[in-house]
Design a binder for this molecule. Structure first.
Ligand SMILES: [Mg+2]
Length: 215
């Protein structure tokens, strides 16, 4: 009899634990972010000016949107950025990394931690050829094939660094300001949210529109 009572108690507490765990489980969301023009205001080849720090301005609506999503969901946040300014000779890779670090610190002050940063300093042969009359590209950064958006390669590099894969997430969104971001979203079967001239409320509405939780 006593044995049975102990068994009953164990069974009840186990059921309780299962219910609690299920309630606390949040949906996993991957947020792929563009940098210039999305996370920060686009000043055009940021880093060309040695006093670039004065030009870094976070975009408040985007910051508030990310903060809102991460309050409700479990999020992984990565930044993928085309930085052709390196191939153009406007600045070097070290400057790009210093800028990324600075933005990362500003975001952390707003409660947002970026899990991985990726950038592409190279341009494709075709791209360089089409602009060679005006721009003297650094041949070291001109390649036959690059990871520039709309290629999804930078997203895959970020996920690899985090030991994750796209299928780990129930939703993947790309937040960006240009067509290359939109095209990249298509390439990874993600939902694209354009950040241009939108309030965080409008972006949230788009984020939640037509989505169904995977149960
Ligand atoms: Mg952009």
């Amino acid at each position: 009899m006593l044995k049975n009572k102990v068994f009953m108690r164990t069974k009840i507490s186990c059921i309780g634990m299962v219910i609690t765990t299920h309630r606390l489980k949040k949906e996993n969301i991957l947020i792929v972010l563009d940098r210039d023009g999305t996370l920060i205001e686009d000043k055009g080849f940021l880093g060309k000016n040695p006093d670039w720090k004065y030009d870094v301005k976070l975009k408040k609506e985007v910051v508030e949107f990310i903060a809102s999503v991460q309050r409700k969901y479990s999020t992984t946040k990565i930044v993928v950025s085309n930085q052709s300014g390196v191939a153009r000779g406007n600045f070097d890779c070290r400057t790009v990394e210093e800028i990324n670090k600075h933005i990362s610190q500003l975001l952390e002050k707003n409660g947002i931690k970026i899990d991985n940063w990726q950038y592409c300093p190279c341009v494709d042969f075709e791209y360089a050829k089409s602009k060679k009359e005006k721009i003297n590209f650094n041949p070291e950064f001109v390649r036959e094939k690059t990871k520039r958006k709309p290629s999804p390669d930078m997203v895959y590099d970020a996920l690899k660094a985090l030991n994750k894969k796209l299928s780990d997430f129930s939703r993947v969104i790309v937040l960006g300001d240009k067509n290359e971001d939109k095209e990249m979203a298509k390439n990874i079967n993600a939902k694209f949210i354009g950040s241009n001239n939108k309030t965080y409320g409008q972006m949230l509405k788009e984020f939640e529109a037509g989505t169904q939780l995977k149960l």
